[in-house]
Ligand binder design. Structure first.
Ligand code: NAD
Length: 276
């Protein structure tokens, strides 16, 4: 499994397993299966309500905690400093761990009454305490990131954003790269929406791979981190088998050429939702 070095030297496995929309009661079993398949990087969030299940799976697996890279995210209702510090403690307790490998601000929420710069300063405190090995952001635009770079000390290690062939995000990915911020691509197969695209199907047929494998391989070759989600063991195995084939230059370009600026999720500039 290839790893990518973050800007503080921490290594992240390039392929992980995402647990968005995995029901809490199924999460221990689903993540347990993903660990059996070989995934060693789990992407969860307080917002998903399934951190306990992730923790249970890790504990039951018998795999050394140090061999599993665990990411979680600060939920939208906890952007004030004190709330953020408490939320981080709860996340550790729910995951049953003494540290996170990566902790992210889930959404910038530019329209709420707490400035995300305050939130990032709380993240810096958490990082200084040593219980998050790296800190980063999610759904930040270049303009949001620009404020952090100008007004705070610690540079985000990653920016986790929506990326797939219908939303290639090349400008923001270039901005991230220029500032030594690793891009993580969420909804890497657009929750399945890109899989019956005729161009993708044709490449998959020619290479005798599945459309999901072709799209995930495109992400890997672009250098982004990905963590597809599936509750089916067969698909977990399929999505894990990405390192024994390669896409040529013209196939890479064909996939990137499908970009039509189409989001499956909210727009970070206008999304200000706080769960109650
Ligand atoms: P995804 O692009 O990984 O698609 C998942 C869906 O595609 C599954 O529900 C399944 O039905 C289908 N699928 C999976 N593998 C398949 C295969 N091989 N063949 C056919 N269909 C397949 O979507 P996602 O879950 O939204 O994104 C992945 C992860 O990204 C999430 O689990 C979460 O960890 C993260 N995420 C983060 C944010 C954020 O705001 N930071 C938002 C959304 C997702």
């Amino acid at each position: 499994m290839p790893t990518i070095a973050l800007n503080n030297g921490v290594e992240i496995p390039q392929l992980g397993f995402g647990v968005y929309q995995v029901p809490p009661e199924d999460t221990a079993d689903v993540v347990g299966q993903a660990l059996q398949v070989g995934y060693r990087h789990i992407d969860t969030a307080e917002m998903y309500g399934n951190e306990k299940g992730v923790g249970e799976a890790i504990a039951r697996s018998g795999i050394d905690r140090g061999e599993i890279f665990v990411t979680s995210k600060l939920n939208n209702g906890f952007h004030r400093r004190d709330d953020a510090l408490r939320a981080f403690d709860r996340t550790l307790a729910d995951l049953g761990t003494d540290h996170l490998d990566l902790f992210l601000i889930h959404w910038p929420l530019p329209g709420i009454d707490v400035d995300f710069v305050e939130t990032w300063k709380a993240m810096e405190e958490i990082y200084a305490g040593g219980r998050a090995k790296a800190i980063g952001v999610s759904n930040f635009t270049a303009s949001h990131l620009g404020r952090l770079l100008a007004e705070t000390q610690v540079r985000p290690a990653v920016n986790q954003i929506e990326v797939h062939p219908y939303l290639a995000q090349d400008e923001l990915r270039a901005f991230d790269a220029e500032h030594e911020i690793v891009t993580e691509a969420w909804s890497p197969i657009a929750q399945g929406k890109v899989l019956d695209d005729p161009a993708i199907v044709a490449i998959a047929e020619r290479l005798e791979r599945t459309p999901a494998q072709v799209v995930l391989r495109w992400h890997v070759q672009r250098g982004d981190v990905v963590f597809p989600k599936s509750t089916s063991r067969k698909r977990m195995e399929e999505n894990f088998a990405l390192f024994d084939f390669e896409l040529g230059t013209s196939d890479m370009a064909a996939l990137t050429g499908l970009d039509r600026g189409e989001r499956t999720g909210p727009d970070p500039d206008t999304f200000n939702y706080i769960p109650r």
